[in-house]
Design a protein around this ligand. Structure first.
Ligand code: FAD
Length: 513
């Protein structure tokens, strides 16, 4: 009848208005209850800081920055978002050292994790020097350099690191946290006993491999998708005091990678403590600052002759008890290695100086105005079985031939057996895989050129079926994410539905938003 027809029409009209209002009136800070609203910051300077990251490639406009004064504040913010017809997104921001907007959000709220330090009142890092199982209880917002300082005061240290220590604990545990120690101890995510997490539903949950293990495994390497890490219990071991830090130069990739793989296969007692590698390319800038000045000319000419020189980086820790035999240990480790004769260089520095080595580069780059520039980085895990193809077609091919100044290129193998496949982090499906980090820094004028080169590298890997996985991935499409996670995609999706059903958290990763 006409009456029913007009009722249906008006109902339709009404629902159109409601939907349109919801879509055209995004959540506003004014809607938040007072206790949350007072923690939302919207001044232009803060908004502009939160709209970019270390990459300076992506720009997003958050509607507010949240300055939590407690863990409950974070939980209340998430619960408030979930209560709305259209929840707003929430991006925890550690140090924003991501390069592709991973800690950002458009229109949503950025949680400034560093604000939690104030509420901790100096208790953000608690060292428990238990004889059998020492650990550090650390706020998710804390940075690794502070964890280092606090633990060495007790003669202890975390076992697995990143190369750079001004990164937040929550940020690196959301990725994996890798460096030259990972071949022995696994990534940082393999060295966590327990976590406190505020899930995407706003629940504060303590989890570990035994308790609430599904959440624990989801969050570690979970790209911020399942919850906000507010505390991590990190495994510690005895801290050395000094290190022998060696660089060995190779003009042959096969000798270089063969020696690297040999070194990471040692059993624990007589193993190296750190193994990495990097390229010296016949392209500016050629950074030889590690080497004695008197040797720099002959190193430069080795690079000119070979176009590409591979540098194996090897470290042996020591302390008072082992200083008498550390030179002998180093000799045993380097015996039979196939570097170019007479191209072995050694430094002897404190443990903390070594771990904090990238910071001195940061200081120098900042002084030259070269730190806050675009960073079109590409980080890949390459299966060991295909590393020769990669060397041939990417290092000697794309990078060397295009000659657009590669910046720093790291290349080193690591052992997959030290990763836990139950966790969200993904690796290639081989026992040994290489970490390849192509760390460009550039002006805005060259950004597109570098991004095009990265695309070309990814395209080559896809065409040649190399079976890479991206680390700190920058995928755009659902298809790319499905490929990245491979067989783990299904469980990743299921965990998302379980812990963050409204797709609120870390939208900048671009996985579910
Ligand atoms: P952010 O960039 O702030 O966040 C990263 C992601 O985690 C975002 O999605 C964010 O929403 C989420 N997140 C942040 N905090 C939390 C939390 N508490 N709980 C849940 N999710 C959270 N990585 C390595 O593995 N090895 C290296 O050697 C290494 N070297 C680096 C050197 C430099 C100079 C730089 C800039 C980066 C380096 N990285 C390295 C990469 C670094 O580990 C990642 O970028 C990491 O995310 C940085 O931590 P962050 O605190 O800046 O995280």
């Amino acid at each position: 009848s006409y009456f029913t027809f007009s009722k249906v029409l008006s109902l339709l009209w009404l629902s159109c208005i409601v939907v349109t209002q919801a879509l055209t009136q995004p959540w506003s800070a004014l809607q938040a209850p007072k206790e949350l609203a007072i923690r939302l910051i919207r001044d232009p300077v803060s908004l502009s800081i939160a709209s970019t990251d270390f990459g300076h490639i992506i720009h997003d406009n958050p509607s507010a920055i949240f300055a939590p004064s407690s863990i409950s504040d974070i939980s209340n913010l998430i619960q408030f978002s979930n209560s709305l017809p259209i929840p707003f997104t929430i991006a925890p921001r550690g140090q924003a050292h991501s390069v592709h907007g991973q800690a950002m959000t458009n229109d949503g709220v950025v949680v400034n994790m560093t604000e939690l330090s104030r509420f901790r009142n100096g208790d953000g890092i608690v060292i428990v020097a238990d004889e059998k199982k020492p650990y550090a209880d650390v706020g998710g917002e804390q940075i690794w350099i502070d964890v280092l300082h606090a633990s060495v005061e007790h003669g202890l240290t975390p076992l697995s690191w990143t190369d750079y220590l001004f990164l937040s604990v929550g940020g690196t545990l959301s990725n994996a946290g890798i460096s030259g120690q990972a071949f022995r101890f696994g990534p940082q995510i393999s060295n966590v006993y327990e976590l406190d997490v505020v899930t995407g539903k706003g629940d504060l949950v303590t989890c570990s491999a035994e308790k609430n293990s599904e959440l624990f495994n989801a969050v570690l390497g979970g790209l911020g998708q399942f919850g906000i890490i507010t505390r991590a219990r990190i495994a510690l071991g005895p801290a050395p005091t000094r290190v022998k830090w060696l660089r060995l130069l190779y003009n042959d990739f096969s000798a270089f990678s063969g020696d690297q793989e040999h070194l990471i296969s040692f059993n624990e007692t007589n193993s190296a403590d750190y193994v990495e590698g990097l390229l010296l390319l016949n392209q500016p800038p050629l950074d030889l600052s590690f080497y004695p000045e008197s040797d720099q000319p002959r190193i430069a000419s080795l690079v000119t002759q070979n176009a590409i020189v591979y540098v194996l980086e090897l470290v042996k820790y020591y302390d008072n008890t082992s200083q008498d035999h550390v030179d002998e240990d180093v000799k045993v480790l380097t015996q039979g290695l196939n570097f170019v004769q007479t191209f072995m260089f050694e430094k002897d520095v404190t443990y903390e100086e070594f771990l904090n080595r990238v910071h001195s580069e940061e200081v120098a780059l900042r002084a030259q105005g070269l730190w806050d520039v675009p960073h079109p980085w590409l980080n890949l895990f390459v299966p060991a079985s295909r590393i020769f193809d990669f060397d041939d077609r990417v290092f000697k091919g794309i990078i060397l031939k295009q000659n657009i100044s590669a910046g720093l290129v790291l290349v080193y193998p690591t052992n997959r057996t030290k990763w836990d496949d139950k966790m969200s982090a993904v690796t290639p499906n081989e026992d040994v895989f290489y970490v390849v980090s192509i760390l460009h820094a550039t002006g805005f004028d060259k950004l597109e050129e570098f991004q095009a080169q990265n695309q070309q590298i990814l395209q080559f890997c896809a065409d040649a079926g190399i079976g890479i996985k991206q680390y700190l991935p920058q995928n755009k499409t659902r298809m790319q994410w499905m490929e990245q996670f491979g067989p783990k995609w299904k469980i990743f999706q299921e965990r998302k539905a379980q812990f963050d059903p409204n797709n609120i958290l870390s939208p900048g990763q671009g996985i579910f938003n």
